[in-house]
Write a protein that binds this ligand. Structure first.
Ligand code: GLN
Length: 288
């Protein structure tokens, strides 16, 4: 029977297996899973002083096997890091993406420009990622969030509570039936599903097989939810309310144009960390 291996050795062997199986980011996958399992930073793995216990080694082996099946690291762990937060996840919610951190920045910029108090509505909140981030980073805001999935709302509520925030969650199909907020929303923010239906089979297995389809599928041209937001959100918005929408690659101009045709003033775009336009900013007109 083989001696118990060091953390470094185990991670190295796992990375090699992942790489040979063609799994993306094999080293990061192997190291992050082991660091989280041991409760240390990834940079500390090389110095982890003890051998793993048999239980730890068995759990790590189970996690690596799941990663070999292309299950994303965050789903194996059951949580994801995003800005200052650790957000729980389950099968009802999209894994929070680094891209979306830039959408939160765009929303905070709008909040700060408005003087720091805004009534914010996050439409289709999923794990609660945008709403909870705004509530945590700008506690002066009153933050509301919707999702049509009760499962997503359950996890989002838990994430809001763990972060010590008071987000008000509403079960709603987009923004329908939110009469309590009529004319009150200063800032509408959303990361709607925006993948073209026909492109879904081409997504990486990590996304295609593990993110909820309802959180990805933006219809035939990927823009269906933007049309709906522009058409349906109006009654909820205060005069001159801001709208910040995450957009898919290459969609920014189309989304601004859809908004313009629906009576919103396009204000511009903001890029993500890779320099790709990731948010579209618009302002609603005075209500008729
Ligand atoms: N960014 C996701 C992807 O990787 C899509 C998320 C969305 O549709 N809002 O495809």
């Amino acid at each position: 029977m083989r001696a118990l291996a060091s953390a470094r050795q185990l991670a190295w062997e796992a990375a090699e297996r992942l790489e040979n199986a063609g799994v993306p980011e094999p080293v990061a996958s192997a190291e992050v899973l082991l660091a989280e399992l041991l409760g240390v930073r990834r940079s500390e793995l090389a110095f982890y002083p003890e051998s793993l216990t048999r239980e730890q080694a068995a759990l790590y082996e189970a996690w690596v096997s799941r990663r070999l099946e292309r299950e994303p690291v965050q789903r194996i762990l059951g949580y994801a890091y995003f800005r200052n937060l650790r957000l729980d996840l389950d099968e009802h919610a999209l894994i929070p993406r680094p891209d979306t951190e830039s959408v939160v920045d765009a929303a905070l910029e709008v909040v700060d420009r408005g003087g720091g108090f805004s009534r914010v509505l996050d439409v289709g909140t999923g794990s609660g990622v945008i709403a909870v981030s705004i509530a945590q980073e700008r506690p002066s805001c009153e933050v509301h969030a919707t999702d049509q999935s009760e499962g997503a709302l359950r996890i989002a509520r838990r994430n809001a509570a763990r972060a010590g925030t008071k987000v008000q969650f509403h079960r709603a199909d987009l923004a329908r039936g939110l009469d309590v907020l009529e004319g009150c929303v200063d800032l509408l923010v959303s990361n709607p599903p925006y993948v073209r239906s026909a492109d879904i089979p081409k997504l990486t297995p990590e996304v295609r097989d593990w993110d909820p389809r309802a959180a990805l599928d933006g219809g035939p041209d990927g823009l269906g939810f933007y049309r709906r937001i522009f058409a349906e959100a109006g009654p909820l918005l205060a005069d001159g309310a801001d709208v910040v929408l995450e957009v898919g690659d290459g969609q920014a101009e189309d989304v601004l144009e859809l908004g313009r045709r629906a009576g919103y003033a396009p204000l511009g775009t903001r890029v993500d960390l890779t320099g790709t336009p990731r948010s579209g900013l618009l302002r609603s007109g005075t209500r008729r």
